[in-house]
Design a protein. Structure first.
Length: 272
C-alpha cells in the first residue's frame, strides 16, 4: 500500500525509512510507504527572524540593549534537519557572538552612531559560517541600540546640562552685545552732542567776528565829521541833563568853540 504526499513550491521533502534518512524529494506529488516511511517537509523560502533584548557591553563598559532583525533561508535541508538539534538557535548564537565582539571594540558614542558599519561588519563576520547549520543569513540589521536606563538617565542629564550651558552662554553673549550696542549708542550720542556744541560755538564766534568786522569796516569808512557830529549830540544831551560839568583841556575847548552849534550848547551849559 502506498501513500501520496504533496510537497509545495519552494519546499523539499526528506524521506525517512524506519526513522533513517533515505532521500530528498522535490516539490510536487510524491509516493511513499506509510507504515515504513515518513516525509518531512522543509521550507526553503526566506524567513524573517527578530532578536530582541540582547545586551552587550561596549569598550567603555556601557551596557547596551540591541534589537536585531535578520533574514535567512535554508540552503541544505539535510544538514538543517539532521546535523544540528536546533539549527536556528545555533545560527542565532553565532550572530549574537559576533555582534558582541564587534560592539565590544567600540565606545558607546561610536556604537550609537555606527549602526550601518556594525551591520556591514556583522554580515562580513557571519559570512558562510552558517553553512554548517544548512542555513545562510541573507540580511542582518540592527533595529535599535538602546543604552541601559542608568546610562540613558546620565546622558539626559548631560544633555540638559549642555543645553543649559549653551543657553547661559547665549544669554551672556546677548547681554554683552546689548551692553556693547548701548555703550556705542551712548558714545555716539555724546560725540554728536559735542560736535553740535562745537559747531554752535564756531558759528557764534563766526557771527561775532563778522559783527566786529562790519563795525570796523563801518568805522573805517566814516570821516572826522561823523565823530564831531556824535560829540555834538553828546554835548546836547549833556546840556539837557542835571550834570553839566565837563572837564576839557584848553585845545579841545578852542576846537569845539569854533563850531557854532557846539558853542551854543556850551553857552547853555554855562548859563544854567
Amino acid at each position: 500500500m502506498f501513500g501520496l504526499k504533496i510537497v509545495r513550491q519552494n519546499h523539499v521533502g526528506l524521506v525517512e525509512t524506519l526513522g533513517k534518512y533515505r532521500r530528498e524529494v522535490s516539490a510536487g506529488l510524491n509516493i511513499y510507504i506509510p507504515l515504513f516511511q515518513k516525509i518531512r517537509i522543509v521550507d526553503l523560502a526566506m524567513i524573517p527572524l527578530s532578536l530582541k533584548g540582547y545586551s552587550v557591553i561596549t569598550k567603555d563598559n556601557a551596557e547596551v540593549e540591541t534589537n536585531i532583525t535578520l533574514n535567512y533561508h535554508i540552503t541544505d535541508a539535510r544538514k538543517f534537519q539532521y546535523e544540528n538539534s536546533n539549527s536556528v538557535e545555533s545560527m542565532i548564537q553565532l550572530v549574537r557572538g559576533h555582534l558582541r565582539d564587534i560592539i565590544g571594540k567600540l565606545d558607546l558614542n561610536e556604537a550609537l552612531g555606527s549602526t550601518s558599519k556594525i551591520n556591514a561588519d556583522l554580515a562580513n563576520a557571519i559570512g558562510d559560517l552558517t553553512d554548517t547549520y544548512g542555513t545562510k543569513v541573507d540580511r542582518v540589521n540592527i533595529d535599535e541600540l538602546k543604552p541601559s536606563a542608568s546610562i540613558t538617565e546620565s546622558m539626559e542629564k548631560q544633555i540638559r546640562a549642555d543645553r543649559e550651558k549653551t543657553a547661559a552662554i547665549a544669554k551672556a553673549n546677548g547681554d554683552a552685545r546689548s551692553i556693547e550696542i548701548e555703550t556705542k549708542a551712548r558714545n555716539e550720542a555724546t560725540v554728536s552732542t559735542a560736535k553740535a556744541e562745537a559747531e554752535a560755538t564756531i558759528a557764534r564766534a563766526d557771527a561775532k567776528a563778522y559783527e566786529i568786522k562790519k563795525l570796523n569796516d563801518t568805522l573805517a569808512a566814516v570821516d572826522n565829521k561823523y565823530f564831531t557830529a556824535q560829540q555834538i549830540q553828546a554835548f546836547a544831551a549833556l546840556a539837557n541833563s542835571p550834570a553839566n560839568t565837563v572837564v576839557m583841556d584848553k585845545d579841545s575847548i578852542g576846537k569845539y568853540a569854533d563850531i557854532p552849534v557846539t558853542a551854543k550848547v556850551m553857552n547853555q551849559m554855562i548859563n544854567k
